[in-house]
Design a protein around this ligand. Structure first.
Ligand SMILES: Cc1ncc(COP(=O)(O)O)c(C=O)c1O
Length: 341
């Protein structure tokens, strides 16, 4: 894909030279015995970054979310989440298939849940006919809504409802550092509003693989068991953790460049008559819009100019900026899309 400008996702990012060197030089051990120094270091760093007691390296964001849901719930429980949450739409039904939970969906506003809607969705504990509500899942940034950011106040309002009803809150923070940059806060201020958080190493942070789940010591001990059940106990996992350490040390601040590039591109796209884009949703590195004449032809025309984009539906397109897309690439893309209209 070297000659393509690839906007399909920030998951296409490749590890940096420093990450590859870190892999070569990582001190290793058996992580199933808690003896991998690189994994232990990454987990300590991740817990500190999220302001949590403990952390667990997992293979992917999907694994982190599934392990979190399974660790917070019992069979048959209901989990409240936004109607377009990644956990619901794009994680292969894992919370049903593996954690034996049902999603209770609430339509959100740019990915944010209204606390009154959450309150109404919580089942009456005294009614034996009802499933038990035990968990609320939030997503920040919200992929399906276009990389939108949920504010600290919006998260706090949901947390207060959760606390009133004895529920836990898990955050799918696959892109929590994008949210933190957009809000101008430390990631731990976002994570303080939830009991557990998963963040991805392998998206904008450019690691080849991995995500980290953070929470209390007790929760992480439980999550470690669930990870084991799912076959996710890894041995010399330091080769995954080592680039994660580089990512946490060096790759967070540059996400602001991706946000600036997304904004530059979106401001040009919104001017085009064939494109229907709500600029207010472009808050981080994701742009979602409709192409009135159809998404498939748009994808093909851009591909012919060496630009790859993700077709979400018959009419919808997603474009994601990341480390391999420069400002010049964006300027070239703008020229190409202007020529199409
Ligand atoms: C919001 C969100 N959560 C979770 C995931 C899952 O991450 P992974 O692909 O590492 O399983 C993604 C992946 O795109 C995502 O966008």
């Amino acid at each position: 894909m070297a000659n393509f400008i690839d906007y399909r996702s920030d998951t296409v990012t490749l590890p940096t030279k420093e990450m590859l060197e870190a892999i070569m030089n990582a001190p290793l051990g058996d992580d199933v015995k808690n003896e991998d120094p690189s994994v232990n270091r990454l987990q300590e760093m991740a817990a500190a970054k999220m302001g949590k007691e403990a952390a667990l390296l997992v293979t992917s964001g999907t694994a982190g979310n599934l392990i979190a849901v399974a660790s917070h719930t019992q069979k048959g429980d209901e989990v409240i989440m936004e109607a377009n949450a990644h956990i619901f739409t794009s994680e292969a039904g894992g919370i049903a298939a593996v954690a034996n939970c049902m999603p209770h969906l609430i339509p959100g506003d740019k990915g944010a849940l209204d606390p009154d809607d959450v309150k109404k969705a919580i089942r009456d504990k005294g009614n034996e006919h009802h499933p038990r509500t035990s968990l609320i899942c939030l997503e920040n940034t919200h992929n399906g809504a276009g990389g939108t950011v949920i504010t600290i106040e919006q998260m706090k309002a949901v947390k207060e409802v959760a606390e009133e009803h004895g529920l836990k809150v898990h955050l799918d923070g696959a892109r929590i550092f994008n949210a933190a940059i957009a809000l101008g806060v430390e990631a731990k201020e976002i994570a303080a509003q939830v009991d557990s958080v998963t963040f991805c190493l392998s998206k904008g942070l450019s690691c080849p693989v991995g995500a980290v789940l953070c929470g209390t010591k007790e929760f992480i001990a439980k999550a470690r068991r669930v990870r084991k059940v799912l076959g996710g106990g890894m041995r010399q996992a330091g080769i995954i953790a080592a680039p994660g350490i580089v990512a946490l040390e060096t790759m967070i601040d540059r996400l602001a460049d991706d946000h600036a590039n997304a904004r530059l591109l979106a401001e040009a796209l919104v001017e085009l008559p064939d494109i229907d884009l709500d600029l207010s949703t472009v808050q981080t590195n994701i742009i979602r819009f409709k192409v009135k004449s159809g998404a498939a032809a748009f994808v093909d025309k851009l591909a012919a100019k060496n630009i790859l984009v993700h077709r979400v539906s018959e009419t919808a397109i997603r474009m994601v900026t990341h480390r391999h897309i420069s400002r010049d690439d964006v300027l070239y893309t703008i020229d190409v899309v202007r020529d199409l209209s």
